[in-house]
Design a protein around this ligand. Sequence first.
Ligand code: NAD
Ligand code: TYD
Length: 340
Amino acid sequence: MMKILVTGGAGFIGSNFVCYLLREHPDWEVTNLDKLTYAGNLENLGDVEGNPGYHFVKGDITDRELVDKLLGQGFDVVVNFAAESHVDRSILDSSPFIRTNVQGTQVLLEGARQHKVKLFLQVSTDEVYGSLGAPGKFTEESPLLPNSPYAASKAAADCLCRAYYHTYGLPVVITRCSNNYGPFQFPEKLIPLVITNALESKEIPVYGDGLNVRDWIHVEDHCRALDLIIQQGKPGEIYNIGGNCEETNLQLVHCILAIMGKPRSLITFVADRPGHDRRYALETSKIERELGWRPAILLGEGLRGTVQWYIQNQSWWQRVKSGEYVEYYERMYSQRAGSG
Ligand code: NAD
Ligand code: TYD
């Protein structure tokens, strides 16, 4: 039996992870603390609704009192997904990124220290390493050179985690994962944006020359790695988690359009993202060697499943693509369209 506090469990990766854990470990108890920002959605958790091992608490990770009270219930593990997660939004306004990603992580670390949590798992990103020229890959020892306000806030959180391990001996593990895709991803991110815009026969905005490279991993492979780390990860360590699957944005969009039988004429080149990282690629031999983990889902197969999921869950993304999203989308793309 393990008692786990997952933060940000109503978001894309967090909700996949909560469902994954309760499926793989029916005797574990999972509490989900989530503020339900624009990115949090309880519909993502339909599979665990009514499961006696699942509990939901609506709240903010920057709320010291709440976090202290909650952690006082006694948890073995904290897995911190809660974050502002979209680079473009961090360019429009970085304040919520500092608040949640930096201050929120500090509040959780402090609570975990006070209440002697056995493992604090910080879910971080390859973006903290900055941008890579070809060839080469980031290792866990690569310097932190974040280029966007989002990446800078995640790097700051990673540094706080390191400090809590070294100063207080809090058993912390940091994971740095590459770009995830799969069901329940918010359609501000590239893959669900392409799929849902294509389903609506809307333009697909590609930034700059479309030749930026990302390493894609299916969310299920990420969840499996995190589960292994909870059980076998070594405190004080950092683990890169990558899909070993580099694609240019343009190759990826072409592939999705081919799967969907939609024309490439939907693609519209727009002005580049300021500070746009050219390439991310991760060296993952550490987690392969130490924990025997490897990604299992090939990109083609994963994309076909993801397209299928968005086709079958139109009402989910149509609801999500309303209200605040419409405002955001217009603000973002009216700036960029026409200047590509
Ligand atoms: P997401 O934006 O889909 O979900 C974030 C969740 O956090 C939402 O449910 C939101 O309501 C919640 N949240 C935000 N602020 C909060 C606060 N102050 N208190 C409590 N809850 C709050 O994000 P995601 O894509 O699922 O990413 C999850 C984590 O994984 C993030 O930490 C992100 O940095 C990291 N990560 C993401 C990727 C990726 O490709 N998406 C890759 C590597 C790492
Ligand atoms: P994104 O999904 O935002 O992830 P990240 O910036 O964290 O890697 O973007 C993935 C890549 O796709 C990135 O190089 C930016 C690019 N992109 C577009 O070309 N058009 C879009 O509309 C979006 C959202 C992203």
